[in-house]
Write a protein that binds this ligand. Structure first.
Ligand SMILES: [Zn+2]
Length: 386
């Protein structure tokens, strides 16, 4: 069953995906074909369509590589592979689930080389980078990063931890999953099957004399309260929360039942983040701003006459190459602290932001359009959230 051909064929799929900078490989059975797609720069593209006969051979090979049960074909399974590519060990996360046509497999590629590129390559301005660096110098308090899945939160979080990573600090993370290994940082993988959750693991971590703690995600009241208490009692805490913007994070914490005084005392900064596609510099084309587009630019206090549109060339995909992060950075100062009360609402927080020139995500994206880095269409994806 395990032939040399299967081994080299599966390796060639993984190699191609790594070379193409894909983040995921999707192996999907249908009635007559086996479709393989790659996620590159956030979009799925077709890689190969194979005869459905190949299906079981490929899945079996992947299961062997990841130590999964070959005989189990009905229940979902998760596994991992440390894959050697050139001189790098690349972590692959395997997920297999049964569909009506058989087992679908998704391989997530966690390439450490990608992470090293870091924030400077995400197109964040020098001013924003220095603000983010400043937050890493706080002695204590909570730094929150928010955004949906795929918004680049983890890259920002790891970049900040790298900045903190000096010999005089004890840095401990609690993650699910541990996405990249960083030398010098104590990374803990939670495991709900054996009862290791974010909240109870954090209690034990606090007995390990940490200076900096990173908690993968705040998604329950207990974790929220413990994180905040830790950040008030002399620790620096980083975490993420699954909300659309910085203001909503404050409301979400209160909805979770966190006391307003705890939020006032602990939260130092909230960063909301999204990714937009970056225009390919080789083929982007100058276009005149239409009157309809101008209305929207003006609503954001912007006034460009020409912007760039995607074209497409042999160096890119549909006119885009790579991605850019847009960030909303909300520093919690005395004035904002006064607004964080039991009766606080989203509107009053947003008004505070507008008055204090805190640019929203949509405006940040429109500035990138004005600067010729992304297209009007990409920025409009954030419009409805504004
Ligand atoms: Zn191009």
């Amino acid at each position: 069953m395990e032939t040399k051909d299967n081994v080299s064929f599966v390796n060639s799929i993984i190699d191609d995906a790594i070379i193409a900078n894909a983040s995921d490989i999707h192996i999907e059975p249908f009635e007559k074909i086996l479709r393989i797609r790659l996620r590159i720069n956030g979009s799925l593209i077709e890689y190969k369509n194979l005869d459905i006969e190949m299906h079981s051979k490929i899945i079996t090979r992947i299961k062997i590589m990841s130590g999964l049960d070959i005989a189990e074909k009905r229940l979902p399974q998760d596994g991992r592979i440390t894959y050697k590519f050139e001189n790098t060990n690349i972590d692959l996360r395997i997920s297999i689930i049964n569909t009506i046509y058989g087992q679908k497999c998704v391989i997530r590629i966690l390439n450490p080389e990608h992470f090293k590129i870091g924030m400077k390559n995400l197109g964040i301005s020098e001013q924003e980078i220095s603000m983010v660096e400043e937050f890493t110098k706080f002695e204590n308090g909570l730094v929150l990063i928010c955004g949906p899945t795929g918004s680049g939160k983890t890259t920002t979080l790891y970049t900040m931890l790298e900045e903190e990573n000096t010999i005089d600090k004890n840095i401990i993370t609690i993650e699910n999953p541990v996405e990249y290994n960083i030398f010098g940082i104590n990374q803990i993988q939670i495991n709900e099957k054996i009862g290791m959750r974010f909240d109870n693991t954090l209690k034990f971590v606090l007995r390990q004399d940490p200076s900096v703690i990173m908690i993968g995600e705040i998604r329950d009241t207990e974790t929220a309260k413990l994180s905040m208490r830790a950040s008030i009692t002399g620790h620096k805490v980083y975490s993420t929360i699954h909300t659309d913007d910085a203001y909503q994070s404050i409301i979400r914490l209160m909805d979770m039942g966190v006391e307003d005084y705890m939020i006032r005392a602990s939260v130092k900064v909230i960063i909301a983040q999204r990714l937009v596609k970056k225009l390919c510099p080789h083929c982007k084309q100058k276009v005149k701003v239409t009157p309809e587009q101008m209305e929207i630019f003006k609503s954001q206090g912007l006034n460009p006459t020409e912007i760039y549109a995607p074209v497409g060339c042999d160096k890119c995909r549909n006119g885009y190459d790579n991605r850019l992060a847009v960030m909303q950075i909300l520093k919690v100062d005395d004035e904002l602290r006064n607004l964080i009360k039991k009766d606080a609402n989203l509107q009053s927080l947003k008004e505070f932001g507008n008055k204090n020139q805190v640019s929203g995500l949509f405006k940040k994206a429109m500035i990138q359009v004005q600067n010729g880095n992304t297209s009007f269409e990409q920025a409009m994806r954030l419009y409805n959230e504004n």
